[in-house]
Design a protein around this ligand. Structure first.
Ligand code: AMP
Length: 539
């Protein structure tokens, strides 16, 4: 009826609160449970509930809203870099596996849904500047990541003079593609030279046909040039090969900021990194109106027609949610947020999520006219992320505890303390756990125990992590570094004496970044072990 009634009557919820309703729809109940319009499909979020992907309901018309947000990106970019419509974007875009709910509704990631939609096909057919990519749609829709990546690179190489921008959705995906180029340039150059598509690599006939339409016959000159550039052990492969490229379009805010040095290496430090938008499976949120700013200055402006946005004030160190007279949490509207304050984002979507806590923490960093603009601060509780996986503290704790009980306890050993680290200096990156083991000598004698523990931890992690390991190969085998006994005491001493932590309140950090504590851990490593096999995963 009105805003006051809405706020009074509708509780603020998390996924667990709406899960029973979602399960009913997924099992075939077509009554208007969450939304008067039929739920057209479920978008599988990279956030998890009980180890499985969350299912976000969506309706047909949401695709119009997403297309609308995409259609704003090029006009914004063109204000800073004119004439981008005269060239193409080399974007590495991929679909992921999908499944069906018991009622037959598709369950798939939001981008897979978009790339398979008529909206995407229509935009491409109409030469919409945003979707003017070097990759034919058939290469994007190819289920085999290896074939898809090879084909997209081959097209991008052949069309290199037309390329004005390069990118992927997240930084991790872009780095994988460029690494793939570094590892496969000899085959790619051979195909460029002969005007062929290697039939041992690209076997899908539909993809082969689409790529062969882009190749316009043998090109030995280009092949010679590419071979020379690929042999050079130097930074800046992107501007060297795609010399008209003006920027790299990848999200490097939030957890992806760990990849900035790697991307800068490929960009030679001369190409700006552009974070163009902020979105999720629940709904799309907004875009960056100052796209050439530094990654640490990125502000996203929420587009108020995407959803009804509310904000839960947070103090990351002391949760102090304000409650109204009925005990409900008090939320702030988009027009009332305060500069410098941090908030957790709460959305009410057209597809039937009401006052739903997204789990992202944002900080108001400025205003465009009167529209607030937000820095992405973090995802609540997430400790580790390599690609689209988001492992939270509880999931990690459960997986580690179970692995220790399974593999250490039978040998009379136990886990004294642990912490974790996202190792991204290699491609693909992987999770590292530092374990201090009581009775570690015993363990050292049975060298398979710790590597089997690595696998046991992986088996206990959520399905997004295991999919990254098995289907996408975007995450490498988990590593456990066993540290000397007394290591975690030394870390506590360091925190108390050097960092002024209170000894009563000290808690072992469950995740560390590069810095003195990481150095302390590494300097005390006794042995390192990797997961010997892939964990189990099914779509
Ligand atoms: P998913 O629902 O799996 O698509 O994941 C959506 C989540 O990815 C968001 O809630 C954020 O935590 C994260 N995310 C999306 N876009 C950005 C961005 N531009 N910067 C930082 N994190 C982002």
């Amino acid at each position: 009826v009105d805003k006051a009634s809405f706020k009074k009557l509708i509780p603020v919820v998390t996924y667990e609160d709406v899960k029973p309703d979602i399960d009913r729809i997924a099992s075939g109940d077509t009554s208007p449970i969450l939304c008067s319009q039929p739920i057209s499909e479920f978008l599988t979020s990279s956030g998890t509930s009980a180890g499985e992907r969350k299912l976000m309901p969506t309706i047909d018309e949401e695709l119009d809203r997403k297309s609308h947000l995409y259609s704003l990106i090029m006009p914004v970019m063109n204000q800073f870099l004119p004439n981008l419509q005269n060239g193409k974007g080399m974007y590495f875009l991929f679909v992921k596996s999908e499944s069906k709910t018991p009622s037959g509704l598709p369950a798939r990631p939001v981008l897979t849904s978009y790339y398979k939609s008529r909206h995407f096909a229509r935009a491409r057919a109409a030469n919409d500047p945003y979707t003017n990519y070097t990759s034919p749609t058939e290469t994007i829709l190819c289920n085999d990541t290896h074939q898809s990546m090879y084909s997209q690179l081959l097209c991008g190489l052949v069309l290199r003079h037309e390329v004005l921008r390069v990118g992927a959705v997240f930084a991790s995906g872009f780095i994988r593609a460029i690494k793939f180029f570094e590892n496969n340039w000899t085959s790619l150059c051979k195909d460029v030279r002969n005007g062929t598509v290697d039939h041992r690599i690209v076997t899908d006939p539909v993809v082969r046909l689409a790529v062969s339409r882009v190749l316009v016959g043998p090109n030995p000159g280009l092949a010679d040039f590419l071979e020379r550039e690929c042999r050079r052990d130097d930074t800046g492969i992107i501007p060297r090969v795609w010399s008209n490229c003006k920027y790299i379009d990848v999200i490097v805010t939030g957890a992806m900021s760990q990849y900035i040095p790697a991307i800068d290496h490929y960009g030679g430090g001369s190409l700006p990194l552009v974070c163009s938008m902020y979105a999720s499976s629940e709904c799309y949120f907004g875009l960056n109106l100052n796209p050439l700013c530094n990654p640490d200055e990125v502000l996203y402006t929420l587009v108020p027609t995407m959803a009804y946005f509310e904000f839960l004030p947070v103090d990351r160190f002391v949760e102090k949610a304000d409650h109204d007279d009925d005990g409900e949490i008090k939320l702030v509207d988009l027009v009332d947020v305060k500069l410098g304050q941090e908030y957790e984002l709460v959305v009410t979507t057209y597809a039937g999520l009401y006052r739903y806590r997204v789990g992202d923490v944002l900080r108001v960093g400025g205003f465009k006219n009167k529209a607030p603009q937000f820095t992405f601060v973090c995802r609540k509780n997430v400790v580790l992320s390599i690609d689209s996986d988001k492992t939270d503290e509880v999931e990690l704790q459960t997986a580690v505890t179970r692995a220790a009980v399974q593999h250490l306890a039978p040998l009379g050993a136990s886990l004294v303390e642990y912490t974790s680290y996202a190792e991204t200096s290699n491609v693909p990156g992987h999770y590292v756990l530092f374990w201090e083991i009581d009775n570690g000598v015993m363990i050292e004698r049975s060298s398979s125990t710790v590597s089997e523990s690595c696998l046991a931890v992986e088996e206990g992690l959520n399905s997004v992590y295991r999919q990254g390991r098995v289907w996408d190969s975007s995450i490498g085998p988990l590593e456990i570094r066993v540290v000397e006994s007394g290591t975690f005491d030394a870390i506590m001493d360091h925190a108390v004496t050097e960092l002024g932590a209170s000894i009563n309140q000290y808690k072992t950090p469950r995740c560390v970044k590069r810095g003195p504590i990481f150095e302390m851990l590494n300097s005390r490593v006794v042995s390192s072990h990797f997961s010997p096999r892939l964990p189990k995963w099914a779509p």
